[in-house]
Design a protein around this ligand. Structure first.
Ligand code: KG4
Ligand code: ZN
Length: 332
């Protein structure tokens, strides 16, 4: 029997979850809204907030699962990638608890956990599968051959897809993170404006040109009409979203055709995007894929996915020592 307390503190969400034999019993997240006013995550503020949030969040996760800390069989924690000051809070807390309760410590790669979140609920993808992992810091197409065996086939050469949403939203005056708000506004608009498509070789992505193209487009429009953004906000959001989703799905189709794999998943914060979810299902029907879209609670950063990933290491008795140190740039 495994009863794991999982912790996630890689960016601006403090999250704790209880996972029993691979099933998520509770998944509690405190989101730090303080960063909205700065237009992005302020690392020092994020780590201070994690310090404040971590004990209440762990208590809430234990209570919700009706579990006492003395029943736990392991502690899992995000080792990276992420903001170092934020990661240190989770890792130090996990090490202390592992030492105090005399139970094993399990380190988890945040990006692998986004992918393994698919194993929290049915239907689960079959190996090998491809996963488009799209978050605020990453955009990757990953070939997953076994739970802990993954290869990156393509990645962004500049901004991540989530950054493309957040930075374009910021240009339009939306609060950070702009992705969820742009998704809502886009549903009321039409993609009538066109932006340049990046030319990137292979399965890699580029999104920084899109941001620049939006900036120049808006500057030109605002010269003639100072109210252009307010009057066209829904259509601008729909157009930006259309272009981001188009780029993602195009590369995913290329990856599926090159590898011959038809089990296709999406993961990460941007996988919560309604247009991407619809576009994946449509592409799946067209190309004969079996598609996997995570439940909303497993899309953005959460400790449930850390626990589900940790369960695979737990079964292999792949434990970490108390010398564990976080790594901001940890690779898959
Ligand atoms: O995976 P995540 O929670 O954190 C990172 O590891 O980065 O992803 C956060 C990113 C942000 O850029 C946010 O704007 C984006 O996911 N996001 C969305 C939506 N929900 C979250 N982007 C577009 N549409 C959404 N519905
Ligand atoms: Zn993430």
């Amino acid at each position: 029997m495994s009863l794991i307390l999982a912790l996630e503190s890689s960016c601006d969400d403090t999250s704790a979850a209880i996972i029993k034999n691979g099933t998520v019993l509770s998944n509690v997240t405190a989101t730090q809204t303080i960063h909205e006013k700065y237009g992005g995550v302020v690392p020092e503020v994020a780590s201070r907030k994690h310090q404040i949030n971590i004990i209440p969040v762990v208590k809430a996760a234990l209570d919700k699962a009706n579990v006492d800390k003395t029943e736990l069989t392991a502690i899992a924690v995000t080792k990276g990638p992420g903001l170092l000051g934020s990661l240190i809070v989770g890792v130090s807390f996990a090490k202390s608890l592992s030492l105090a309760l005399e139970i094993p410590l399990i380190e988890v790669n945040h990006m692998k956990a986004h992918i393994l979140a698919h194993f929290a609920e049915d239907p689960k993808p079959k190996f090998p599968f491809l996963c488009l992992t799209v978050s605020g810091g990453h955009t990757q197409i990953v070939k997953v051959t076994a739970p802990l065996e993954m290869t990156i086939l393509g990645t962004t050469i500049d901004d991540a897809a989530g950054e493309a949403f957040d930075k374009s939203g910021k240009i339009m005056g939306l609060k950070y993170p702009a992705g969820p708000e742009m998704d809502k506004l886009a549903q009321k608009g039409k993609p009538i404006f066109q932006f340049a498509e990046p030319k990137v070789k292979g399965l890699n992505f580029s999104f920084s040109g899109l941001k620049t193209s939006i900036l120049y487009f808006l500057k030109a429009q605002l010269k003639d009409n100072p109210n252009f953004i307010d009057e066209n906000l829904n259509d601008i959001c729909a157009s930006v979203q259309y272009q981001i989703v188009y780029i993602l799905i195009k590369k995913l189709k290329q990856a599926a055709s090159e590898t011959g794999i038809n089990q296709i998943a999406i993961a990460g914060g941007v996988s919560a995007n309604s247009s991407l979810r619809t576009a994946l299902e449509k592409a799946g029907k067209e190309c004969g894929w079996q598609t996997y879209i995570p439940a909303f609670q497993y899309c953005t950063d959460n400790a449930g996915m850390i626990g589900v990933a940790a369960e695979f290491s737990y079964k292999e008795k792949d434990f970490s020592s108390l010398d564990l140190v976080p790594e901001a740039r940890l690779k898959i």
